[in-house]
Design a protein around this ligand. Structure first.
Ligand SMILES: NC(=O)c1ccc[n+]([C@@H]2O[C@H](COP(=O)([O-])OP(=O)(O)OC[C@H]3O[C@@H](n4cnc5c(N)ncnc54)[C@H](OP(=O)(O)O)[C@@H]3O)[C@@H](O)[C@H]2O)c1
Length: 239
């Protein structure tokens, strides 16, 4: 198995893209640590993940806790960052600048801070994989902040790939994927969003977490791509 004896740390690994990635990495032989902010979601995830997977409960917006986490974890081969929360879409006319700044806290600054804390622990041959979304390249009205976060993460990947080389640094750019991220929407609205999105895509369906997990696993396993973004979107960028 390609990840045998590798330590993969999945920040946000208790749900959605991260949970699927943690499961796939473990099945490919990695020793996996999943990290999230709530003990109940960590427990639920561990119940579904292969034996040997461990969980840490850490709020990734708290820099001191993030530093302590990597002190505890010791050497890491692969760092995956999928932690995130639903993004509120806001027309420019209704922009609340403090709320906009807060949206960068976890998805951009949380990712940056996690890499800062993990970098000294990353073993040769290791990798970092961050998370972006197609909204960065194909935003709709109201997506100014969400799209900007994606753009910032993708630029961060290129800068870190240069600074941390030969550690490889890449990102997965996801289209709409069926995960608990969307669970805040009323059921009927969510199904309507999924169906409308699927109908407009070349592949005729939205993504499943396992579709994205394949991309994170590829970016951990391959040896020559760095500073790149792998798109997993069913053709969203072409639609
Ligand atoms: N799903 C999509 O359609 C899609 C598309 C494009 C991009 N993305 C992006 O991909 C990322 C993952 O999305 P997803 O769909 O997998 O979301 P998800 O199912 O809601 O999972 C989010 C994960 O982040 C963790 N988390 C949230 N706040 C945290 C914090 N402060 N500290 C530590 N962990 C925290 C959650 O666990 P706890 O609640 O236990 O903290 C959970 O494990 C997000 O950034 C999302 O915006 C998703």
């Amino acid at each position: 198995m390609s990840l045998t004896d590798q330590h993969a740390v999945v920040l946000g690994g208790t749900s959605g893209l991260g949970l699927a990635t943690a499961g796939l990495a473990a099945r490919r032989g990695a020793r996996v640590t999943v990290v999230s902010s709530r003990a109940d979601s960590a427990e639920r995830a561990l119940a579904t993940l292969p034996t040997g997977t461990t969980a840490e409960v850490v709020d990734l917006t708290d820099s001191a806790l993030v530093t302590a986490l990597f002190d505890r974890l010791g050497p890491v081969d692969h760092l995956v960052f999928t932690a995130g929360e639903p993004l509120a879409l806001t027309p420019l006319a209704d922009l609340d600048l403090d709320a906009a700044r807060r949206l960068f806290t976890l998805r951009y600054f949380g990712a940056l801070d996690a890499v800062r804390a993990a970098a000294p622990r990353l073993r040769p041959g290791g990798s970092v994989t961050l998370t972006s979304g197609t909204a960065g390249l194909r935003p709709g009205p109201g997506w100014s902040v969400a799209a900007s976060i994606c753009g910032a993460v993708e630029s961060l990947v290129r800068a870190l790939a240069v600074e941390l080389a030969p550690i490889r640094v890449n990102a997965v750019r996801a289209g709409v994927i069926r995960t608990p991220l969307w669970s805040g929407l009323p059921d009927a609205d969510r199904e309507q969003l999924y169906a409308a999105t699927a109908a407009g895509l070349p592949l005729g369906r939205i993504g499943e977490p396992e579709d994205a997990a394949e991309a994170y696993a590829y970016l951990m396993e391959q040896r020559f791509a760095t500073g790149t973004v792998v798109t997993v979107d069913g053709g969203t960028l072409l639609a």
